[in-house]
Design a protein around this ligand. Structure first.
Ligand SMILES: NC(=O)c1ccc[n+]([C@@H]2O[C@H](COP(=O)([O-])OP(=O)(O)OC[C@H]3O[C@@H](n4cnc5c(N)ncnc54)[C@H](O)[C@@H]3O)[C@@H](O)[C@H]2O)c1
Length: 267
């Protein structure tokens, strides 16, 4: 089950913003545990190196490459480096993303552009340069990491106009890509991530939301989930590994929501 031996996985955003398990890091490690060789990119080399070292410590293989996934030349170079090292790409995970608060009036044009670049263009870039490789192979699978913020507004939450827009756009991007490549042996799906307890909560959200202390914010985030607690990077990783596995071979163009019941509670 979920055997990925012999597969090469390109993970964009393979590090974490701080110590602990983020979605990208847990996904990279779980892909390696299932037997895949991982090529991880990150704009933060040290973060990528940490993921590489964790995989190596468990006996897996991971190569990392510093790359800003919003810049075409850098993404092309990363894909070339992956091909030189491993000769193929079976799995592409587009995990880069992060939110900034603001509504259409309060958000500056610069923040809007940067948010769309980080949350949407990174996925476009990953697909743009990896899909030709997969097309030649006549096989491949892509998972794009979206957020519940694109689909369900959190009643007590802040407005993230560009983030929500980009994350909703990712589902359309994935479905269109899935249909463009459905006859070519390539699948493409979206994982919609709910409210997770990843390092970005302590590292970023506490400051961004002006919540003062992390404990209050964490308690609020746990309480807002029907299951009573946030998910973790491993919950995201488990969904991703299923979607890239051969067990999911008949699944393309879908959104798999991992949210502890939030969507069901807010139809
Ligand atoms: N944690 C949550 O509660 C939550 C909820 C919903 C969705 N998400 C989504 O999950 C994804 C990330 O989760 P995570 O826990 O791995 O976050 P993270 O911020 O810890 O890790 C993301 C990694 O991507 C890297 N990165 C950022 N910009 C980059 C760029 N331009 N090029 C290359 N690398 C870049 C960062 O350096 C970081 O190491 C995002 O798409 C986010 O929107 C998270």
């Amino acid at each position: 089950m979920l055997d990925l031996k012999g597969k090469i996985a390109f993970v964009a955003g393979a590090g974490t913003v701080g110590p602990g398990w983020g979605n990208g890091k847990a996904t990279a490690v779980l892909l390696a545990r299932q037997g895949a060789k991982v090529f991880g990119t990150d704009i933060n080399e040290a973060a990528a190196n940490e993921t590489r070292d964790l995989i190596a410590k468990e006996g897996g293989e991971c190569v990392v490459h510093r790359c800003n996934m919003t810049v075409a030349d850098e993404v092309r170079a990363a894909v070339d480096a992956c091909m030189q090292r491993f000769g193929r790409i079976d799995i592409l995970i587009n995990n880069c993303g992060g939110s900034a608060g603001g509504d259409p009036v309060s958000m500056t044009e610069e923040v809007w552009d940067a948010q769309l670049d980080l949350n949407l263009k990174t996925t476009f870039m990953g697909c743009k340069f990896v899909l030709p490789v997969m097309e030649k192979q006549k096989s491949g699978v892509i998972v794009n990491i979206s957020s519940i913020a694109g689909f369900r507004h959190q009643v007590a939450g802040r407005v993230n106009i560009a983030y929500s827009t980009a994350k909703a756009g990712l589902a359309a991007f994935s479905r269109s890509t899935a249909m463009a490549y459905v006859k070519k042996g390539i699948r493409c799906n979206t994982v919609i991530v709910g409210t997770m307890h990843t390092p970005l909560v302590e590292q970023r959200l506490v400051k961004q939301l002006g919540a003062g202390d992390a404990a209050t914010l964490i308690a609020q985030r746990h309480a807002a989930v029907p299951m009573g607690h946030m998910g973790t990077g491993w919950d995201t990783a488990n969904a991703v590994v299923f979607l890239v596995s051969d067990e999911a071979r008949y699944i393309t163009g879908i959104e798999l929501t991992v949210d502890g019941g939030i969507s069901a509670a807010r139809v």
